[in-house]
Write a protein that binds this ligand. Structure first.
Ligand code: GLC
Length: 740
């Protein structure tokens, strides 16, 4: 019925057009409703033109038109999308002009790119952002990036990645927001809102049509973070309960925030590859969740169905992916090679193609591409200063103080600081992976920032000691030892190179390299107090390190302007407030390890490891401050149809602090076993020195005390619950709550 009304609308608009003797077809009329424009344009398209809209090509990394001429000519006019990294406005417009002017209907391309944690500059990697617990700051960063992208002629970002991950061996743990579904959900919503604007969730795409926002693409749907043994592109053993309870919630949150696209994943979901899984891509995404946006495959994921042993030919893969619900084929050339044949053979109905094309056209209309296909020469909106300030704030809030024996930090009375280690003067490592258009040579190093921070107060010496692989360099460890011996304190910067984490970067020993360890142990023997500053994209195994440093500060990969905040924490100008959004295991043998585990069948002591502690080295929610923050007076009371929980935090220190409060529940008995702790809310507040601040949480039982079953049905059961408030669950305050 709705469809026929729509067609009537199309006919009416066209009739009015004819009557008015105006030859503008409805799809070119910006005043016509998007759905009318979609149907009008679709009705005019040939099958070949439809298929081209479902294809994404790449303009590649090298955008020098002399080297790309041949590649450019291979992209047929009327194509749907390209991956374009920016940097050449003329090239971008020339490609678009060819698409518009050489194709019969003049359908614009959409240009997409991976802006994962910045574009012209980078800011803290997503795993680090999660440790800030500051979703509004993430939204602000994404909003600034969106403007930078649109100023570059890129309308679509393949971000945020919201794959829950509990395995530090998996390199892509850096790209998501840690081990918890709720944290990934909160940051999914924040990123989408930042990229697209809050209005998009209400169907208002004006910000995107005005060239201020970009289409978000939540990825990788779904379960990629469960990659077996931390390897990449592999099998993932996922139950239906796991899908609904752990891996899918962040995507639902991103869609509720209005995400305009989803990327299908590489992984094999218990036997059905994610890019051919009609249960997730259609039954859940379309039928249950009502998603009307675009699903784009991951790079080559359609062709990889053959390598996964799911399809025998690329033609079969094209049919499997399209019919499962993948609208755009990224880089496999499966759709442009076989879809027309598949339709003529009757293996794929043209109506399936029509539905996919509708979603692609809808995306383009919502982005305003028909009205503004070209990058206008309007001046760029310089987001540099805004980005710099936000990047520094994120680096400050996301760094996690893991150890601080004898309050070594902040440095107060020292005169001679030795900055040592392979990551002390390495801006590349701080820039992180997926750096888009950022120039790593512009990234301030920790050494430079420490020199700036202590300028005029302390003498700052530097020795690298070894390279990031651990190979001693000139002078090597002995030079470092000499510097340490004549200094008051050592700031030792160790960790991972930028590309030691990210895609295709699995490590079976997520630890510091031997050579870096040798450097640490040698410096320890000098007896000079030592603060270890960690740089990297994953929780490293630190068991053989933790006793050799008086203080340990995890900074992740804080981006172009992050080092200044690291130095600010070292000096005490910034009071650290980060809390871990991912667990640090004691050993590889503990992996996967995460806070939200089920209660074991036997009481404490039974079933634990016999060869060492079963507890993590640093638990989820852990993080130290320079202030003594005391929690008291947790109370929960009825409030309307729900409850109100509150807790007081008193800052006993002399430094103003920011505190992150984590709120968990435990559903003691339920129709499906529940994790012993489930994070349901978090809040970051200022706690000035000497003052008491109350943190509160309005508990909505339907949202916060219910659980989902393996069919995706949500249940709220009466009974006993426990409410927790604090950092790590095991040390949080708790209070019982009974739901009648
Ligand atoms: C890569 C990644 C995906 C990215 C895409 C386009 O293989 O898996 O996250 O968005 O290709 O670069």
């Amino acid at each position: 019925m709705a469809h026929s009304l729509l067609l009537f609308g199309v006919a009416l608009v066209s009739a009015m057009t004819d009557a008015g003797a105006i030859l503008t077809p409805a799809y070119k009329d910006p005043s016509a409703p998007v759905e009318v424009r979609v149907e009008d344009l679709l009705s005019r398209m040939t099958l070949g033109e439809k298929v081209l809209q479902l294809c994404q090509y790449s303009l590649g990394k090298d955008i020098n038109v002399n080297n790309m001429g041949e590649r450019l000519s291979r992209i047929p006019s009327g194509s749907g999308a390209v991956i374009y990294r920016g940097g050449d406005r003329e090239l971008r417009n020339s490609v678009q002009r060819r698409m518009m002017e050489e194709s019969r209907l003049g359908i614009p391309l959409v240009f997409g790119y991976d802006a994962i944690h910045g574009y012209l500059t980078t800011y803290q990697v997503p795993l680090g952002q999660a440790c800030s617990w500051d979703t509004s700051l993430t939204a602000r960063l994404c909003s600034a990036v969106a403007q930078e992208l649109r100023d570059e002629g890129i309308e679509w970002t393949f971000s945020p990645m919201v794959d829950v991950c509990r395995d530090p061996r998996w390199g892509r743990i850096v790209e998501g927001y840690g081990e918890d579904p709720y944290v990934n959900s909160a940051f999914a919503a924040a990123s989408v809102t930042g990229y697209q604007g809050p209005e998009a969730a209400r169907g208002d795409y004006s910000r995107l049509q005005d060239g201020r926002g970009v289409a978000a693409c939540i990825k990788h749907f779904v379960g990629y973070g469960a990659s077996e043994a931390g390897r990449d592109y592999v099998y993932t053993e996922i139950s239906d309960q796991g899908l609904w309870e752990t891996w899918m919630p962040p995507f639902k949150a991103g869609l509720e925030a209005g995400a305009m696209s989803v990327m299908s994943a590489f992984n094999d979901i218990s036997g059905i590859p994610a890019s051919a899984c009609s249960y997730t891509l259609t039954t859940v995404l379309r039928d249950k969740w009502g998603f009307d946006g675009v699903v784009v495959s991951d790079w080559g994921a359609v062709e990889q169905l053959c390598r996964q042993g799911y399809c025998s030919t690329l033609k079969d893969a094209a049919a499997a992916a399209l019919c499962a619900g993948v609208d755009i084929d990224m880089q496999s050339s499966a759709y442009d090679s076989f879809l027309e044949q598949l339709v003529s053979e009757g293996r794929v109905g043209e109506q399936v193609i029509d539905e996919a094309v509708r979603r692609v056209l809808r995306l383009k209309f919502r982005l305003g591409l028909f009205e503004h296909p070209y990058l206008e020469p309007a001046a760029r909106q310089d987001k540099g200063e805004e980005m710099k300030e936000a990047c520094e704030s994120m680096a400050a809030e996301s760094s996690v103080l893991l150890k601080n024996d004898s309050a070594l930090l902040p440095l107060r009375s020292c005169r001679r600081i030795a900055v040592i280690g392979p990551l002390a003067d390495d801006g590349d490592a701080l820039t992180g992976c997926w750096r888009a258009g950022a120039d790593a040579s512009m990234t301030q190093t920790i050494l430079s920032a420490v020199r700036q921070e202590f300028d005029g107060r302390c003498k700052v010496g530097f020795v690298r000691g070894c390279d990031v692989e651990g190979n001693p360099d000139r002078g090597g460890i002995s030079a470092a030892v000499r510097l340490s011996s004549r200094s008051d304190v050592v700031i030792l910067c160790l960790g991972e190179g930028a590309r030691w984490s990210g895609e295709n970067a699995s490590r079976q020993h997520p630890r510091l390299p031997e050579g870096q360890l040798r450097l640490l142990k040698a410096l320890r023997r000098t007896g000079t107090p030592l603060a270890l500053v960690l740089v990297g994209g994953r929780p490293l195994i630190l068991s053989d390190v933790v006793d050799d440093a008086d203080a340990i500060l995890e900074t992740w990969q804080p981006g172009t302007y992050g080092a200044r905040s690291v130095a600010g924490i070292i000096s005490g100008r910034i009071n650290p407030s980060g809390r871990l959004a991912v667990t640090f295991p004691r050993s590889e043998g503990q992996i996967p390890i995460y806070y939200g585990r089920r209660s074991p069948a036997r009481d404490a002591g039974a079933g634990l490891y016999k060869d060492g502690s079963s507890e993590p080295l640093f638990p989820f929610g852990y993080g130290l401050s320079y202030s003594m923050l005391e929690y008291s007076n947790l109370r929960v009371g009825k409030a309307g149809d729900g409850f109100e929980a509150s807790v007081d935090v008193t800052n006993k220190g002399s430094l103003d602090a920011q505190e992150v409060m984590l709120w968990y529940i435990r559903d003691v008995v339920a129709g499906v076993t529940r994790p012993m702790y489930e994070l349901k809310h978090f809040e970051r507040l200022d706690v000035p020195a000497g003052e008491t601040v109350t943190f509160s949480w309005s508990i909505d039982p339907g949202r916060d005390l219910s659980f989902v079953d393996r069919k995706g049905e949500r249940h709220l059961e009466s009974g006993d619950f426990v409410i927790y408030a604090g950092g790590p669950p095991a040390t949080a305050l708790c209070c019982p709550l009974t739901l009648p």
